[in-house]
Ligand binder design. Structure first.
Ligand code: SAM
Length: 176
């Protein structure tokens, strides 16, 4: 997948024109860049990952390509409390599948969003994992899990075929 594919996956879930967002488990920044592209100048992204090397790589590319977007990086575990509040939106791309028990993380994530704030999830459409994707969640599983953890109006955004685990989907859910 290239940058346009990343943008296409999350485009319908992101309102452009700035805003304060977080990217949890951002890695080297494939979706941080896509989010920056969609938010445009004045956007603020708090990018969270435990991998300092990936964050360094991400910072360099962000500075080169989207210097007008404010990037704040945190080396942190998103499964532990993060001091983030009243966010317009959160992207979690290929990171929730590392959590066996997702409920606590999802409740924390919901608490970081302002009312009406959005969670854009990108995941493999599968429920059976492997060593690289240990605890995946299909879209039907996400529909139930998001509802059970206080999100509303979950909807599928798009899907793309994947050689690995067949398909990737994106979905948006809202904090009430
Ligand atoms: C498969 S990569 C995905 C990176 C990026 N979101 C993307 O889709 O290209 C998963 C990333 O999530 C990070 N990650 C996994 N669990 C995490 C946690 N509990 N806290 C912070 N980062 C985490 C990993 O360090 C890794 O960079």
């Amino acid at each position: 997948m290239n940058h346009s594919d990343h943008v296409r996956l999350i485009r319908e879930g992101v309102i452009g024109g700035g805003g304060v967002w977080a990217d949890l488990g951002s890695g080297s920044g494939a979706f941080t860049l896509a989010l920056a592209d969609l938010l445009g100048a004045g956007g603020h992204i708090c990018s969270v990952d435990t991998d300092t090397r990936a964050l360094r790589e991400q910072r360099d590319v962000m500075q080169a390509r989207f210097p007008a977007v404010n990037l704040e990086q945190r080396v942190a575990d998103f499964a532990k409390p993060l001091d983030l509040r009243q966010l317009d939106g959160i992207v979690m791309a290929n990171s929730l599948h590392f959590q066996r028990r997702k409920e606590l993380v999802l409740q924390q994530v919901r608490g970081m969003l302002k009312p009406g704030g959005r969670l854009v999830l990108v995941e493999y459409n599968a429920d059976k994992g492997n060593i690289w994707v240990p605890f995946p969640l299909s879209y039907p599983t996400w529909q139930k899990l998001s509802l059970a953890n206080g999100f509303v109006e979950t909807r599928l955004l798009t899907t793309v075929p994947s050689r690995f685990l067949r398909e990737i989907y994106s979905a948006v859910s809202f904090a009430p």
